[in-house]
Each structure stands twice: as structure tokens, then as C-alpha cells.
Design a protein around this ligand. Structure first.
Ligand code: ASP
Length: 300
């Protein structure tokens, strides 16, 4: 990572945290704060979501996102998107204004348009950096069925990968979590990862926890990571720190790399990863924004 890249990531992380904090500070909801924070990262070309999304094996940017309201356990999720500029806002609309939780593809895109969300040409998501990654990464279709996943896992995109997420607690005690991604480089275009799956990549329940995850989606789905952490807290009485660490450490032992950000109803946070780095940051009641990239460096 060049010093310019590093500065860019830290700058956009700060902008994202500031956007969310501004809403909380003004008495707004954790849902609005998480949506706003994620939109900033979707609009940045640096992160693997929205504008900076990775390419699938056939050269498409296929986006997905989800959001969850801890107050009601309502949730919205969308996948197989190629023209929605801000997938997180579509997830929010699905939660607020549709009869469903999870909607895919053309139907989701026409709902986005009918709700007045910004629709873009698929070319909007093209970035040179991601195109080069697509061209230079191994194509998972060439590996055999039995080894497919491990090959994909070992030779895939270098970490940190850049799925984006936000978790927030507002002054009314309401928790929310939001996650948005372009998935994995050279994924099958029809592949769905953990990010839009409630309980895997995103989960929020008041008085328990809000969690957003990044990493090898196949593992996060199979180990139901966000809900695994929540259930350790809810039924096992564990602290947020212990539950997050246990789940993420365990994931590593079975081959899954990645991490989570989380906040509980007392405002405690967890920024846990089993990888060398995870773009991350937080802003507490004092309003001071702190960010970091590698796990051996503290947020400053
Ligand atoms: N979790 C995402 C996915 O598997 C990728 C990532 O977080 O890097 O789609």
C-alpha cells in the first residue's frame, strides 16, 4: 500500500465516521447514521462497495448490501445489483417500504428506481485498479469442484479486502448495522456472499449487539458469524469482546479469514479480525474520530 493509498483510506474512513456521527449528534437514529456512513464508503473508489466494487469472473460489478434495525429486528437486503449507485439505500428502502426482507436482481433494481434511488450505467462502477485485479487474479471457474473453494480462498484478492460496514448506537438506545460489498474478485456473477445475509454479514438487536462483517463470505455464511456473536452475548451472557474474539479466532481455525465491527447497547465496541489488517475506526461520545488499517496498530 502506497502512502497515498493509506492516506486516502484513512481520509475516507474519517469522512464516513463523521457523516454517521453528525446524524447521531443531532439526535438522529442509528439506522440513518449507519446508512450515511456506508454511503460515503460506497461513493469512494477505494473500498470494495459501490464505486470501488471488484469485478466478477465475467467482468461485471455485482453489488449487494443489507441493513438491520435493532429496535424492531426489521431488516432489508439486496443482491445481484448492477445499476444501483448506493446499494445500502436500496436495502433500507426494502426494509422500510417493501413487504420483503431480501430482494435480488432486476426486481430489486426496478424497485430502487421506483423509489427514486439513483440509477447509474454499469460503467459507473469501473475502476482501473479493480479491473487490473480482475485480470490478474485466478479465475475460480478453472478449479475443480472439490478444491474450488480453497483455491479461490487462497489465491483470491489480497486482504484487507474492503467490504464496508457500520454499526451504531443512538441516544435512544437503538442499535443498527449496515454492510455493503462488491463481493469477491472473480466470484461467479450469480454468487451471493455473506454481506446481504442477515445473521451472517449483518445483525442488530437492541440490548444485544450490532455487528457488520467482512471476509471470506462462504465461511461467514456457514458459521453464521454475526448471529453467532449475538447469541453468545444473548444466551451465553458473554461480553462483546469475548464473544467477538472467540468467533473470529474460531473462524480462522476452520480456514475463514476476516473480521467484524460491533457495538453493544452500553456503547462498547469490538473491532476484531484474524487478518493482518482491517480498515476500521470509531467515534465515541467525545466525538473524536479514530481510525486504523493494520491490526498491530491502534486506532488514532
Ligand atoms: N464478505 C465479502 C464477500 O464474501 C467479501 C469481503 O468482505 O471482502 O462477499
Amino acid at each position: 500500500m502506497t502512502p497515498e493509498d493509506r492516506e486516502g483510506y484513512l481520509r475516507d474512513l474519517r469522512l464516513s465516521l463523521e457523516a454517521g456521527y453528525k446524524i447521531l449528534q443531532a439526535g438522529g437514529s442509528s439506522l440513518d447514521a449507519t446508512e450515511a456512513a456506508v454511503r460515503v464508503m460506497e461513493d469512494s473508489p477505494l473500498f470494495n462497495a459501490g464505486k470501488g466494487a471488484v469485478f466478477s469472473r465475467d467482468g461485471k460489478n455485482v453489488l449487494e448490501a443489507s441493513i438491520m434495525d435493532g429496535r424492531t429486528r426489521k431488516a432489508g437486503a439486496a443482491t445481484q445489483l448492477m445499476t444501483v449507485k448506493n446499494p445500502i439505500s436500496l436495502a433500507r428502502k426494502i426494509m422500510d417500504s417493501s413487504p420483503h426482507v431480501f430482494v435480488a436482481g432486476a426486481d430489486a433494481e426496478s424497485f430502487a428506481s421506483s423509489e427514486g434511488l439513483e440509477i447509474v450505467d454499469p460503467g459507473y462502477f469501473w475502476t482501473e485498479r479493480r479491473w487490473k485485479q480482475h485480470k490478474s487474479s485466478p479465475n475460480s471457474i478453472t478449479v475443480s469442484e472439490s478444491t474450488q473453494h480453497d483455491e479461490f480462498h487462497e489465491k483470491g484478492d489480497n486482504l484487507p479486502k474492503g467490504t464496508v460496514g457500520a454499526c451504531a448506537l443512538d441516544r435512544h438506545g437503538n442499535l443498527a448495522a449496515a454492510t455493503s460489498t462488491g463481493g469477491k474478485t472473480n466470484k461467479w456473477s450469480g454468487r451471493i456472499g455473506d454481506s446481504p445475509i442477515i445473521g451472517a454479514g449483518t445483525f442488530a438487536e437492541n440490548r444485544v449487539v450490532a455487528v457488520s462483517a467482512t471476509g471470506d463470505g462462504e465461511y461467514f455464511i456457514r458459521w453464521n458469524v454475526a448471529y453467532d456473536i449475538a447469541s453468545k452475548i444473548k444466551y451465553g451472557g458473554q461480553s462483546l469482546g469475548k464473544a467477538s474474539k472467540e468467533t473470529i479466532d474460531h473462524l480462522k481455525t476452520v480456514g475463514g479469514e476476516g473480521g467484524i465491527i460491533a457495538i453493544d447497547s452500553t456503547g462498547k465496541i469490538a473491532l476484531e479480525a484474524n487478518t493482518p489488517g482491517m480498515f476500521r475506526g470509531y467515534v465515541g461520545r467525545d466525538g473524536v474520530v479514530k481510525v486504523a488499517i493494520f491490526m498491530d496498530e491502534p486506532c488514532v
